[in-house]
Design a binder for this molecule. Structure first.
Ligand code: AMP
Ligand code: ZN
Length: 112
């Protein structure tokens, strides 16, 4: 499968890693939209929120267990925003589930 985030998870494409364990990887977004912009992905291919199931939801809970420490080590002080885009109207551009952690600045109140 030609999935850029599977390749990053496998180490076939380099990334600036923030955190890694056996289930998930966190790395700096290549085109940051805030001083802190980290992406957190499951190492298995899950397309997006629509593809979450009882079988794979352990990856999502694990991601959320780790997000506070990932945000802290990435330098997001005083809070941050967690976003996941899903499908066409959600403007998802990479079809491998990822959570954006945005912070390091007071973010705009409006999200859309
Ligand atoms: P989305 O629009 O939610 O699908 O977000 C995809 C994100 O992946 C964008 O913020 C891109 O800047 C980011 N991205 C794409 N390719 C890479 C890459 N090779 N390394 C790091 N981030 C990437
Ligand atoms: Zn993938």
């Amino acid at each position: 499968m030609d999935c850029i985030f599977c390749k990053i998870a496998n180490g076939d494409i380099p990334s600036k890693k923030v955190y890694e364990d056996e289930m998930i990887l966190a790395f700096h977004d290549i085109s940051p939209m805030a001083p802190v912009h980290v992406l957190v992905i499951p190492k298995v291919h899950i397309e997006n929120v629509d593809a979450v199931t009882e079988e794979n939801s352990k990856y999502i809970s694990h991601i959320f267990e780790k997000i506070p420490a990932i945000a802290k080590v990435a330098g997001a002080e005083n809070g941050y925003r967690v976003i996941t885009n899903c499908g066409e109207n959600g403007c998802q551009s990479v079809m491998h589930l990822h959570f954006h952690i945005l912070g390091g600045v007071k973010l705009p109140e409006k999200m859309a």
